[in-house]
Design a protein around this ligand. Structure first.
Ligand SMILES: Cc1cc2nc3c(=O)[nH]c(=O)nc-3n(C[C@H](O)[C@H](O)[C@H](O)COP(=O)(O)OP(=O)(O)OC[C@H]3O[C@@H](n4cnc5c(N)ncnc54)[C@H](O)[C@@H]3O)c2cc1C
Ligand code: FES
Length: 283
């Protein structure tokens, strides 16, 4: 039975994070470097779209515990109750050593995971259209949001990638019945160009109240913020910068705030009002 993250995703408190030794149910490639891993845990806490887990780089015993040492942050894509267990699904792209080891994890093996972590998205205000903009792996942070936001009002989703086989989760979004546009840089799927080429005209195309939620590479989110600021549309972003500990101890994820000072993305984020960030200082 599909399990909603938590009800409602509007800033309500989520469950405390747990440390889990999750069993791999399946781990399959979906297109070029994109993979989907389903992980079984005894019980998964309530969570909000936009929250993440720190996932071990690979199954236990796949590599020495110190190499690679650190877990990798991954958005919670969805959760489901299956009999007496909960199943957590993560969508990931193979980037480097950690995700290469993860892609080799076999059903029945175990992967360590801590979560849910960070602060998630608040749903769109009543009467607003939610426009979700996902670039590359940022798409994974937006699926649960799309599902919840649909219960509140109209939802448009713009997904982008460099080329067709890197677009994540297109079929899942189609099944939700959202207004969906795909953009690829080489034109091999959907509109040729960047997600922001699609977003710009959408912001101006009617007087309907709107809010934008964006997740993807920093230049994409920076551009989304610039467009929304110009159009006077609120914008929330989920940052995807590098993390080490995931719970506020190492200061490795600090980014500058518009008002001065820094914020720890793993703790206060990854979701922010885009106006509150000092974009020129974010790598
Ligand atoms: C909150 C959050 C949620 C995320 N959710 C997802 C997700 O759902 N699915 C997914 O595939 N990825 C997600 N990421 C990115 C993911 O954590 C990195 O791709 C992963 O850590 C790479 O690990 P690796 O060992 O394979 O690569 P490494 O060997 O560590 O690095 C390989 C290459 O990837 C780049 N890289 C490493 N970390 C990041 C990063 N955070 N963002 C962009 N480039 C990076 C490095 O610069 C390097 O070029 C998320 C990141 C954050 C912070
Ligand atoms: S990752 Fe360590 S403080 Fe955020």
């Amino acid at each position: 039975m599909p399990r909603p993250p938590t009800a409602p995703a509007d800033g309500a408190r989520t469950g405390d994070p747990i440390r889990a030794r999750a069993q791999v149910v399946s781990n399959v490639a979906e297109g070029a470097a994109n993979h989907r891993i389903e992980l079984r845990v005894d019980s998964w806490p309530a969570w909000q779209p936009g929250q993440f887990v720190m996932l071990a780089p690979g199954a236990e015993s796949a590599a020495p515990r110190h190499d690679p040492l650190l877990p990798r942050p991954m958005a919670i894509y969805s959760t489901e109750t299956k009999g007496e267990f909960d199943q957590v699904t993560i969508l990931y792209k193979v980037e480097g050593r950690g995700t290469t080891l993860l892609a080799a994890a076999q059903p029945g093996e175990h992967v360590r995971m801590v979560g849910p972590l960070g602060q998630g998205f608040e749903l769109q205000p009543e009467g607003h259209r939610a426009i979700l903009v996902g670039g590359g792996t940022g798409t994974a942070s937006l699926y649960a949001l799309a599902r919840e936001a649909l219960a509140r009002g109209p939802v448009s989703v713009i997904l982008g990638a460099r080329r067709a086989d890197l677009v994540m989760a297109e079929r899942d979004f189609e099944k939700l019945g959202v207004d969906l546009v795909i953009a690829t840089e080489d034109g091999s799927r959907g509109t040729k160009g960047l997600v922001t080429d699609v977003l710009g005209p959408r912001l101006a195309d009617s007087d309907e109240a709107k809010i934008v939620y964006a997740c993807g590479p920093t230049p994409m989110m920076r551009a989304c913020h610039a467009l929304t600021a110009e159009a006077g549309v609120p914008c929330r972003v989920a940052l995807e910068n590098r993390m080490a500990c995931g719970f506020g101890a190492c200061l490795g994820c600090a980014v500058p705030m518009a008002e001065g000072g820094f914020t720890l993305v793993c703790n206060r984020g990854p979701v922010y009002d885009a106006d509150t960030l000092a974009w020129e200082g974010i790598p």
